[in-house]
Write a new protein. Structure first.
Length: 464
């Protein structure tokens, strides 16, 4: 519970699940768990759709060579450390043998109707050391009870089954797409909901906390991880983990999933009342689901690295949308591109020049090299804890060359992590100066590297 009474009054739901500006243990334990995947596979794969209407024939879900281990190994070889399994998308087909609806995996050709896609995927993840997350769409375009009070117990029971039967999860992804036209058991009509009240989030989130206290809940407004506000993978350049969500402009009430001012999500605020870092979701191909006409349309390595620098490098997480093909495998072209992406990210850190910790006196920390060194890529982080949130809201970085200091970078947020390219420098010392903070800062995590210039988009600094 947030300790501020005024915050509790303004945010009665969110404040029950987010204690304030200091990160929770479930966020801190992620450490360098920076790049994970969200795996879209289902009827849409076989209907060549992105959003199923809800009337798709389950028998069409018929992968011919499904191999969970191939999928997991392809992701792991691409530098991905966790997979969020899409257990049910908006079309409503549950990819596990749920007791809540007949519209589930037992009605498909997957393992002759005797399989459990969620189990196979979660087991494979754990076998190869990847963390597991789950996506269960709140919206269900198939269920005839959606939009009525009778649907909420169904959705909650689906959450209970997933969070009880498939092991610990690092994230529960709750999609913001909710309400609209659908099949709804044959009604074929539009059903709108009140996003603020329909899912009774205070009790739904409480159920999640009871079942798995360690899982981070994702939505437009957290309460643990916030949607970054776009599906391009980029946080704001000076994105703060601290965040105060608001209702949409011109409206009143506590912000809720799908009822908030999304324009604030990319940046957060330096004085935000909750610590709620961003999840930057982005598809590896143009679509979230597999489409054969996109077999050569993977994002380039250069683009993926830019996304990495614009998400992880801006204090958020990179959530990469992967999609098995109709065989039930990660396509060969995707496997290749993932490996190339990992090699590129690894190359950023191969040539370490200095680090990892610097002590600050009166807000200034200096690293002497003992000779001239070349660098162009910096990693900075605050020492966050369950009692200490973000402090820094302004800093400058200088390098010394020929006895003269010059400023090479000015920034605002640091928080969880900043990855900052600078023009390639020949220098014999570097210092960081805190120009604005909410309290004194006595140490930072601070390291520098000589990274490939073409990957980080820099050139060599001109010599004086």
């Amino acid at each position: 519970m947030h300790p501020d009474a005024e915050v509790q009054k303004t945010y009665p739901t969110i404040s029950k699940f987010n204690a304030g500006r200091a990160p929770s243990e479930r966020i801190l334990k992620r450490g360098d768990h920076d790049i994970y995947a969200i795996l879209h596979f289902g009827p849409n794969t076989f209907y060549d759709k992105e959003w199923g209407y809800g009337d798709e024939d389950p028998q069409r879900f018929a992968p011919t060579e499904f191999d969970a281990e191939q999928i997991v190994k392809a992701c792991k070889d691409g530098g991905i450390t966790g997979i969020i399994i899409v257990c049910k998308h908006h079309d409503g087909l549950c990819l596990w043998p749920t007791k809540t609806t007949e519209h589930n995996i037992t009605k498909t050709k997957f393992r002759d109707g005797k399989g459990d896609y969620v189990k196979e995927m979660s087991d494979a993840c754990r076998k190869y050391g990847l963390d597991v997350g789950f996506y269960v769409s709140p919206w269900d375009r198939n269920n005839p009870k959606y939009g009525t009070p009778d649907y909420l117990p169904i959705f909650r029971e689906q959450l209970r089954e997933i969070l009880t039967n498939y092991g610990p999860a690092f994230e529960l992804f709750l999609d913001g797409a909710n309400g609209g036209d659908g099949y709804y058991g044959g009604a074929r009509e539009r059903r709108n909901i009140d996003h603020r009240t329909y899912y009774d989030w205070v009790h739904t989130w409480q159920l999640v906390r009871e079942l798995q206290p360690g899982v981070a809940i994702f939505s437009d407004v957290g309460p643990d991880v916030r949607w970054i506000g776009n599906e391009q993978g980029f946080a704001g350049e000076e994105s703060f983990g601290s965040f105060t969500p608001h209702a949409p402009r011109g409206q009143r009430g506590e912000p809720m999933p799908s009822f908030c001012e999304f324009s604030e999500n990319p940046n957060g605020q330096k004085d935000g009342v909750f610590f709620m870092p961003g999840d930057c979701d982005v598809a590896f191909r143009p679509g979230w689901f597999y489409h054969s006409n996109e077999d050569n349309a993977q994002k380039s390595v250069a683009h993926l690295v830019r996304i990495y620098l614009g998400s992880v490098g801006c204090g958020a997480y990179m959530n990469l949308g992967m999609a098995p093909d109709k065989r039930g495998l990660i396509h060969e072209n995707d496997v290749k591109r993932l490996k190339e992406f990992k090699a590129a990210i690894d190359s950023l850190y191969e040539n370490k020049v200095f680090g990892d910790e610097v002590k600050l006196e009166n807000g200034v920390g200096t690293v002497e090299f003992g000779g001239t060194k070349k660098l162009n890529f910096l990693k900075i982080a605050e020492f966050l804890s369950t009692t200490q949130g973000e402090l820094v809201s302004g800093y400058e970085i200088d390098v010394r060359r020929n006895g003269q200091w010059s400023t090479v970078l000015t920034g605002q947020a640091i928080g969880l992590k900043r990855l900052k390219p600078i023009p390639t420098q020949d220098c014999d010392a570097i210092r960081i100066r805190i120009t604005e903070s909410s309290a004194p800062v006595d140490k930072l995590k601070f390291s520098g590297y000589l990274a490939p210039e073409h990957l980080i988009g820099v050139s060599s600094a001109s010599a004086e």
